[in-house]
Design a protein around this ligand. Structure first.
Ligand code: PLP
Length: 396
């Protein structure tokens, strides 16, 4: 038995992976070529160029690591830190804690600023830590997927530079969906994932490294994730490093082509408008959002589970009865929130309507009373607009 023809067609509205656009899905069936095939190298170079546009950077070293977002995280942490270096991690959730854990494994001296989950880290706390002792790097997560918070970054990066520290940012849940001007904000090192706002399959991690953070010897670190060695494969002279997963390269290339065709600002606006419609619908249902409106991420929405409602049961019913995937909470928020992703190709009005209607029906069946039809009614005016529908390149 194989998965072919048997895997269900899910509507992916969790915090990643997101739905694949039809042309990205088709690109996975492109004939396989070898990792040293001369036709592959122009594609790698074009991916680098398109990633620079998406990261809004002129950094030369811009590529996609083979591996998911965590591989990007590990490559960047390993690139910036050697044993004994100090890093200050601005943490307010699960994925910032993961950066701290990887830095500890790299032998770094790690200071974690622990802000409450559901809030952002105060840049003044970062300044205080750097005044206390110098650090090689400051790390932060742009969209903390465990809480649905957008961390304001420009001030944190400025403070890091004022203290001669490198600014390292996790953009796994934001690249291609939430504005992140890497150069303008002074971000030196940034990594992302492919399976969220870019809507490519999981398995590659875009990374960009500024000039100030380049050139450190990685003799003691990972070979597989050595970004300077990888760059010699991605750019001329294209020296063999490892067997790159070619189908994922094709899929990422097509996903980035779609990003370019839509345009970054239109894409950010689409993510924001669909998210605002979702928020209006959820609140009209009587549900409470975890994050205050000024810090809410357009890509990930976190909803407090009402008293008396079984968090996992609602998710299970959405999947079983409507083929809709959403996620539960992580760490201290487990059992207390739902996490809804409107990312990339999943950020579309039809999915907002479907989810609101399905959630309302199931919650009502489980005893949570809300005015019937109020959710979709509240969302609808916000969904009407020219930029809310992700273009389907397979349909004229
Ligand atoms: N960082 C953030 C903000 C994430 O949301 C995730 C995954 O959800 C990761 C890192 C880890 O990425 P992956 O699961 O692709 O390894």
């Amino acid at each position: 038995m194989t998965a072919l023809g048997r895997a269900p067609e899910r509507i992916l509205l969790g915090p990643g992976p997101s739905m694949l656009p039809p042309s990205v899905r088709l690109s996975l069936a492109t004939p396989l070529v070898g990792h040293m095939d001369p036709t592959l190298f122009p594609i790698l170079e074009d991916i680098s160029a398109r990633l620079r546009e998406t990261f809004q950077t002129s950094n030369e070293l811009t590529l996609a690591v083979s591996g998911t977002g965590t591989a990007g995280m590990e490559a960047c942490v390993g690139h910036v830190l050697t044993s004994g270096d100090r890093i200050v991690v601005a943490a307010a959730g699960y994925f910032a804690q993961r950066i701290a854990a990887l830095a500890r494994r790299a032998g770094a001296d790690v200071t974690v600023i622990d802000a409450p989950w559901g809030q952002a880290v105060d840049p003044r706390d970062v300044a205080r830590e750097l005044d206390r002792a110098p650090a090689r790097a400051v790390a932060a997560v742009h969209v903390e997927t465990s809480t649905g918070v957008v961390q304001p970054l420009a001030d944190v990066a400025r403070i890091a530079h004022d203290h001669d520290a490198v600014m390292l940012v996790d953009a796994v849940a934001s690249l291609g969906g939430v504005d992140l001007p890497v150069d303008r904000w002074g971000i030196d090192v940034c990594y992302a994932g492919t399976q969220k706002c870019l809507s490519a399959p999981p398995g590659m991690a875009p990374v960009t490294i500024g000039r100030s953070a380049r050139g450190r010897s990685r003799e003691g670190g990972s070979f597989y994730l050595d970004l300077e060695l990888l760059w010699r494969y991605w750019a001329s002279p294209h020296t063999y490093h490892h067997t790159i997963p070619v189908p994922l390269v094709y899929a990422l290339h097509e996903a980035l082509r779609l990003v370019g065709e839509e345009g970054l600002s239109v894409r950010f606006e689409r993510h924001r408008r669909n998210a605002e419609a979702l928020w209006a619908g959820l609140e009209a249902m009587g549900l409470v959002l975890l994050v205050s409106s000024d810090l809410r991420a357009p890509s990930v929405t976190t909803v407090t589970v009402p008293d008396g409602i079984d968090e996992a049961k609602i998710r299970g019913r959405l999947l079983a009865e409507h083929d809709i995937e959403i996620a539960g909470g992580l760490g201290p928020l487990k059992g207390h929130i739902w996490r809804i992703g409107l990312m990339g190709y999943s950020s579309q009005p039809r999915y907002v309507r479907l989810l609101l209607a399905a959630l309302e029906a199931i919650l009502s069946d489980e005893g949570f009373r809300s005015p019937r039809g109020a959710a979709v009614d509240a969302a609808e005016p916000l969904l009407a607009g020219p930029t809310t529908e992700a273009r389907d390149p397979m349909r004229p």
